[in-house]
Design a protein around this ligand. Structure first.
Ligand code: NAD
Length: 379
């Protein structure tokens, strides 16, 4: 049988600079009998030129040849290119946020495989965990973006010209991204506090040398699979009110809270931003078209309020560190791809726990339970 061909497409989303596969991952796939096609220019914005792919053993081709020749298309964001029936696509497809797109792919005979639906608590799936690898990068970058924009020192400095107080940083949401933001802000010398609704986050925050902020008005809200559950409207209002007092005392606020498949929880209201001191900085890592953790943040934009607070809508920070982000993503997607292959061919097996999570559509049907349920509930 002919070798399976994977095709790496150029990302077309606005501001996206990552690429799904980097040259260093090509030999690993070729060793497994996979032929690799790369769309010319796909890696350029992450500093991976076509020549590096060619040298690693990939065939660099134009868009049409790639879409016609690839059995499996590899991407970061949901592809805007039209895929053909019988083709498979692997990427961060966000099926729970866009179930109709999945239904369309199924109707079109495309097998959709989404890395963000990976059962992340399985030990054998950890090398495939792109949500973690990208959140880790985003958290690091969030602390740097905040420090860069903040017009005072982060560390305590005692010099002949006086003493500067360390910056007070508050991180809201202490999952993978939040913990990395805490560690990075601490290394820059800030005094860091953090809050999360999952009780398990408390020890993790403390182990990084930050203080955990306890809220009296909100119960613990751990959900399934290590994630938070969505708060009720009353809980959310109470959380916003109690957080407001803490936020006003901080110079920098980094928000990272997410609930899978939902719009990000609103934690910082417009009134709370008004209560902050001039010169304060907020980085909203959840800022997206769906809304963010901060009422007034705009995705991809930096605004300065009338009271002098800078609010950065930073929903896609991995795209601002595309070289590291792409390298990590390439290892994740290669590990998943190798798991999906049997004797060099794509072998969909919904009895396998990993595949049952990530395979969203197959044989013309939406097969993944959570996405299918959402579609049933949609009128
Ligand atoms: P995420 O991106 O879904 O959310 C980020 C954080 O926001 C989470 O910590 C969540 O609790 C928090 N959050 C959500 N709503 C909130 C609210 N209203 N108020 C305050 N905080 C809120 O989460 P994530 O970073 O992808 O991971 C979540 C958990 O899963 C972490 O504990 C992580 O360690 C765990 N995890 C485990 C594995 C594994 O076992 N291999 C892999 C990845 C992640």
């Amino acid at each position: 049988m002919a070798a399976v061909r994977v095709g790496v497409i150029e990302e077309t989303a606005l501001g996206e600079r990552r690429v799904a596969l980097t040259p260093d991952s090509v030999p690993r796939l070729r060793d497994a009998g996979v032929e690799v096609l790369v769309e010319s220019g796909a890696g350029a914005r992450a500093w991976f030129p076509d020549e590096d792919y060619a040298q690693a053993g990939a065939a660099v081709v134009d868009t049409d040849a790639l879409l016609a020749g690839a059995d499996i298309v590899l991407c970061v964001n949901p592809p805007q290119q039209r895929l053909r029936s019988g083709q498979a696509v692997v990427g961060l497809l966000q099926p729970l946020l866009n179930p109709q797109h999945m239904a369309d792919l199924a109707a079109h005979g495309v097998t959709a495989i989404s890395l963000d639906a990976l059962p992340r608590t399985l030990t054998r799936a950890q090398s495939m965990d792109a949500l973690s690898s990208q959140a880790n990068i985003a958290g690091y970058k969030a602390a740097l973006v905040a420090a860069n924009r903040f017009e005072r020192f982060f560390p305590l400095l005692i010099t002949a010209a006086g003493t500067s107080k360390p910056a007070a940083v508050l991180v809201l949401g202490a999952g993978v991204a939040g913990l990395q933001a805490i560690g990075t802000a601490r290394r820059l010398g800030a005094v860091v506090r953090a809050y999360d609704v999952r009780p398990a986050a408390k020890d993790e925050v403390k182990s990084l040398g930050a203080q955990f902020v306890e809220l009296k008005s909100v119960e613990a809200a751990a959900g399934e699979g290590g994630y938070a559950r969505a708060l009720t409207a009353d809980e959310q209002a109470a959380q916003q009110a109690e957080l407001a007092e803490h936020i006003a005392k901080h110079d920098v606020v980094i928000t990272t809270a997410q609930v899978p498949g939902r719009r990000p929880p609103l934690m910082v209201t417009a009134d709370t931003v008004k209560s902050m001191r001039a010169g304060s900085v907020i980085v909203d890592m959840a800022a997206s078209e769906l809304g963010g953790n901060v009422e007034i943040s705009q995705p991809g934009e930096t605004i300065v309020t009338n009271n002098g607070v800078t609010v950065i809508g930073a929903g896609n920070l991995p795209a601002q560190m595309p070289t590291s982000a792409s390298s990590a993503y390439a290892r994740n997607i290669s590990a998943l791809l190798l798991h999906l292959l049997s004797e060099g061919q794509l072998a969909i097996d919904l009895d396998d726990e990993i595949q049952r999570g990530v395979v969203i559509t197959h044989n013309g049907t939406v097969v993944q339970e959570a996405t299918a349920k959402l579609l049933e509930a949609t009128p």
